[in-house]
Ligand binder design. Structure first.
Ligand SMILES: Cc1cc2nc3c(=O)[nH]c(=O)nc-3n(C[C@H](O)[C@H](O)[C@H](O)COP(=O)(O)O)c2cc1C
Length: 188
C-alpha cells in the first residue's frame, strides 16, 4: 500500500521482518498505527511573513523542549505555506483550542482566506501580540514565539521557538483540544 503522498513502505526494517514487499508493507502499516497512538494536543499555528501575509494551520507536532529558556518546538512540513512564512519572519504563535471548538481545526488544513482589514482567518477573528503572528481570539490560550533554532528533520523542519509572550484568553479551566477528541490523524 502506498503511503499517502509517498512512495511505499519506508525503512529501515528490523531483522525480524522478512525481506519482501508484503512483510515490509505490513510492518510499515503497523508502525504507522503505533505512531498514531502517540498522544498529542491539537493546535492552530499562526504565521506571518513579517509583512502582509498571514496563515493559520492545524498542527499536532508541538511540545515544550526546555525550561530555561522557555522553548517549544513545532514540526512543520517543508511544503506548507506556514513553513515559508515562519522561515521568512522567524516567528509563530501556537494557539490552544477549546475542546468545544474542535470543528475549527478542520478549517485550517489548507492555506486560509485572510482578511487583513477585518483581521480574520477563514472568518475567525485574530489578534496580533508581541510577534505579529496571528492568534485566534477564540483560543483558550496562546504562546507567541521567536524562532531560535531550525532543525531540518526529514520532510519537516522542527522550528524551536522561545516564548516571548503568552496569555490565557478564556478561563484557565477550559479543557483544551487533543488529537483523541477528533477522528483525525497525522503522521504515522
Ligand atoms: C489533525 C491534523 C494534524 C496536523 N498536524 C500537522 C503538523 O503537526 N505539522 C504539519 O506540518 N502539518 C500538520 N497537518 C497538516 C497541515 O494542517 C496541512 O498540511 C496544511 O495544509 C498545511 O498548511 P499550510 O500550507 O496552510 O501552511 C495536520 C493536519 C491535520 C488534519
Amino acid at each position: 500500500m502506498a503511503k499517502p503522498g509517498g512512495t511505499g513502505p519506508v525503512g529501515p526494517f528490523p531483522a525480524t521482518v522478512a525481506d519482501d514487499d508484503e512483510a515490509h508493507d505490513e510492518y510499515d502499516r503497523m508502525r504507522r498505527r503505533l505512531l498514531w497512538k502517540m498522544p498529542s494536543g491539537l493546535y492552530v499555528v499562526g504565521s506571518t511573513d513579517g509583512a502582509l501575509r498571514r496563515n493559520g494551520m492545524t498542527l499536532n507536532w508541538a511540545t515544550q523542549i526546555s525550561f530555561d529558556p522557555k522553548w517549544i518546538g513545532i514540526g512543520v512540513e517543508a511544503t506548507a505555506l506556514t513553513h515559508e512564512l515562519i522561515d521568512a519572519s522567524g516567528v509563530f504563535s501556537l494557539c490552544l483550542i477549546d475542546r468545544d471548538d474542535r470543528a475549527i481545526v478542520r478549517k485550517f488544513t489548507k492555506p486560509v482566506d485572510v482578511d487583513l482589514e477585518a483581521q480574520t482567518l477563514n472568518g475567525f477573528p485574530y489578534v496580533e501580540r508581541a510577534t505579529g503572528a496571528p492568534i485566534l481570539t477564540q483560543s483558550v490560550a496562546y504562546l507567541d514565539c521567536e524562532v531560535r533554532e531550525r532543525v531540518v528533520a526529514g520532510n519537516h523542519t522542527f522550528f524551536i521557538g522561545e516564548v516571548v509572550d503568552c496569555a490565557f484568553l478564556k478561563d484557565e479551566d477550559t479543557e483544551v483540544l487533543r488529537m483523541e477528541d477528533t477522528r483525525m490523524s497525522y503522521g504515522g
